[in-house]
Design a protein around this ligand. Sequence first.
Ligand SMILES: [Zn+2]
Length: 123
Amino acid sequence: MQKALQVFSSKVKFHTIHQNSYLGSLEKGCTGSDVGLRECQFCKGTQQLIRNSYTAHYWIDCACGITLHSCHLDKHGAALCDMSGRDYDEQGSQEKFRTLEACQEAHKAAFLHVINKWDSLGQ
Ligand SMILES: [Zn+2]
């Protein structure tokens, strides 16, 4: 996870779109080898890209066509990638955060979650 944390610190940039609303985005071209991912359990390849779209939701695309998302639904239907987004803005948006700290925390949780999930596939 050390590599993943370094990538998180250096490649995820946080922005404010208006006062008290924060988003984060991962630089394009973040590869599986940047974060030390295991080989793909389906194709055994090592050509993966990690992506997000400003929200605290990350996914891994493999060259073989599979995609693994940072969220999954719990038994009540709640998306677990939203678990640390408790500091939502007034509109109740699940994608914007009122404080930079809450935004960073949620992004870090989602980023590490998808990497851990990928690395635990097949184990
Ligand atoms: Zn693959």
